[in-house]
Design a protein around this ligand. Structure first.
Ligand SMILES: [Cu+2]
Length: 266
């Protein structure tokens, strides 16, 4: 079933879309297409976005630990791409200890019966300078995940999900891109390169578009929400997760900041 659950092409997104269609049409509904709710309402309303948003800033509280730079000297082809040591990606801070690479998403409270189609635009992961860029991000179920090899050297893309099928794609120096999709929602999981042990990325797969990853300014915005009370989760690869409950009305912009700290020494 692995090849049925996961599709990619080296070339064009339309072919991936065609395969999705063929699979959906010929495989007894193991992945039913999103449907409007059966009861009565306007189909457009079942997918329309709301007018409220939640925004905020994620910061690190305390003295940042000194982390060793990425050990790129293990592969001279990587080392020569950089004129200076490349800082660790484990904790990326901006001015004022704002935190990058935090994925913030709605984890509870979305209305039943509503569906959100995956955008036609792909989410991109590039292998650039022997780093995955971006380091952390979200994607929707069914949305194209376009994996580039700007480096033009040998990498591999080893995904370690627990719900979706795992995959391990070789990226030969001549391969410019591959595209995959994820078929099930799944909390954030790791993607790594087995050639270069320091290369790690993280991705979360969602059935909705209410997620955001912070840049080094620590800022996130989740928009398009209907009125309601939502649990939002902020995830970080080292410092774990935090949740908050936020209630929005019909046209609100609410602020919810998060603050992470190193766990207390035992
Ligand atoms: Cu690599």
């Amino acid at each position: 079933m692995k090849e049925l659950n996961m599709r990619w092409t080296g070339n064009t997104l339309w072919l991936a879309a065609l395969l999705v269609f063929v699979h959906a049409a010929g495989c007894g509904g193991s992945e039913p297409a999103p449907q409007a709710p059966a009861t009565g309402t306007d189909p457009a309303a079942a997918t329309a976005l709301g007018d409220s948003s939640i925004t905020g800033t994620v910061t690190f509280d305390g003295t940042a630990p000194a982390l060793p730079p990425l050990a790129m000297s293990a592969d001279p082809a990587c080392a020569k791409m950089h004129s200076a040591p490349v800082p660790s990606e484990r904790l990326v801070l901006g001015n004022g200890n704002t935190m990058g690479n935090v994925i913030v998403y709605v984890s509870k409270g979305l209305p039943d019966g509503k569906t959100w189609p995956a955008p036609q635009t792909p989410v991109t992961l590039d292998q650039d300078g022997c780093q995955y860029k971006p380091h952390a991000q979200g994607i929707m179920v069914g949305q194209a995940y376009r994996i580039l090899n700007s480096d033009g050297i040998l990498h591999n893309v080893h995904a370690l999900p627990k719900v979706n099928p795992t995959f391990n794609l070789p990226m030969l120096p001549t391969m410019k891109e591959q595209t995959v999709t994820f078929t099930k929602p799944e909390p954030v999981f790791q993607i790594k390169c087995d050639v270069h042990p320091w290369m790690t990325a993280y991705i979360g797969v969602f059935t909705h578009p209410f997620f955001s990853a912070t840049g080094t300014d620590g800022k996130f915005t989740v928009s398009g929400l209907d009125p309601g009370t939502y649990e939002i989760t902020a995830w970080h690869e080292v410092l774990g997760t935090q949740t908050a409950s936020v209630t929005v009305g019909a046209t609100d912009t609410k602020t919810q900041d998060f603050k992470f700290a190193m766990p207390a020494a035992k």
